[in-house]
Design a protein around this ligand. Sequence first.
Ligand code: ADP
Ligand code: ASP
Ligand code: MG
Length: 407
Amino acid sequence: MARIVMKFGGTSVADLDRIRNVAARVKREVEAGHQVAVVVSAMSGVTNQLVKWCQDLSALHDAREYDTVVATGEQVTTGLTAIALQAIGVDARSWQGWQVPIITDQAHGKARVDRIDGAALIERMEQGQVPVVAGFQGIDPKRNRITTLGRGGSDLSAVAIAAAVKADRCDIYTDVDGIYTTDPRIVPRARKLERISYEEMLELASVGAKVLQTRSVELAMKQRVRVQVLSSFEDKPGSLVVDEDEIVEQPVVSGIAYSRDDAKITLRRVPDRPGVAAAVFGALAKANVNVDMIVQNIGADGSTDMTFTIGKVDLARAQDVLEKARGELGYEALLADPDVTKISVVGIGMRSHAGVATTMFKALSEKGINIQVISTSEIKVSVLVSADYTELAVRALHTAYGLDAPA
Ligand code: ADP
Ligand code: ASP
Ligand code: MG
């Protein structure tokens, strides 16, 4: 007998038939003698609609009210999944984030999980009941308000609950049958990875591979939760996220990811003096805007251009903050470009191999794709390109690093 957390993403609970399918899968595990907790996302498309409603009313909407709205999608699917389970004779009960409770900080829209007491869930599981927990939701106990864990946050809910109830496995059911060398929807010749290390998955997720949310991988790595990604529609083995030393063959580049969620800001002619970067990024940090890539060149005539990327969702807020601080910062113009994509190649093998970036630059130049910003880390190289070239660039790089599956 094992204790399992089964998480179902938006497409897996997209309509009543799919919810019935989820219930049938859960029943199979229960009948095999396992203790099961289920975590569900909102029906696919629902969270996007909820976010859009907030944005349409006000680009600078209140973050607490945003969470009040966007957390509702998961409430619907917990109830429906519990009903579907009960309908086929499985004892089940829905749980909202605040009922568990999943305690978070106050960073609305991207809250961090502080702690989860798994005792109540364990007690129910031991009685043979299946808790159906809302993904994505938490509660900030200080203000007693609902929080959400950032887009894709149900993966984090699942891993955090798996850690809290000491589950043997955390199975992430989704609309692909595993983790691939890149998004199989963009590159049909992407290869499925039987295993991938926590480190590489973390890096891939952090640069846009949506198959697992970044923080969920981070937490799984820290708490040593065994995560498996598998299809909710087909009975096939999935992909396992494991320790580096459990992987036998280690290619230099193991995956490629892209993110369309970034926007580029350029501040033209910023005064080139000490303290300016601190003032710019300090103002953004205070407004809870995360900055990713940054470039600044050597200044001529006492000023310089500063370019950086932030999340597209934060663009209105960032522009607002920077425009208000213009007097203090003293730049000449602010240029915003949301039509960019960040493309990254990731691999642990980069630690010991030179020339990885060169292969990337060459492959992109052969396709006539201009690179706007470059950044690197120990096991990753990222470039920012025009969004029009996303597919072309990802496919070219997938081929250039020899990742294509045999035709
Ligand atoms: P869910 O709603 O189940 O959480 P997501 O849409 O968040 O599903 O994540 C699954 C999607 O991740 C897939 O449909 C696929 O397009 C995308 N994806 C991106 N990179 C990868 C990758 N390397 N391997 C598999 N899927 C990927
Ligand atoms: N429903 C949330 C979202 O779409 C959380 C999730 O699906 O993981 O971001
Ligand atoms: Mg997801």
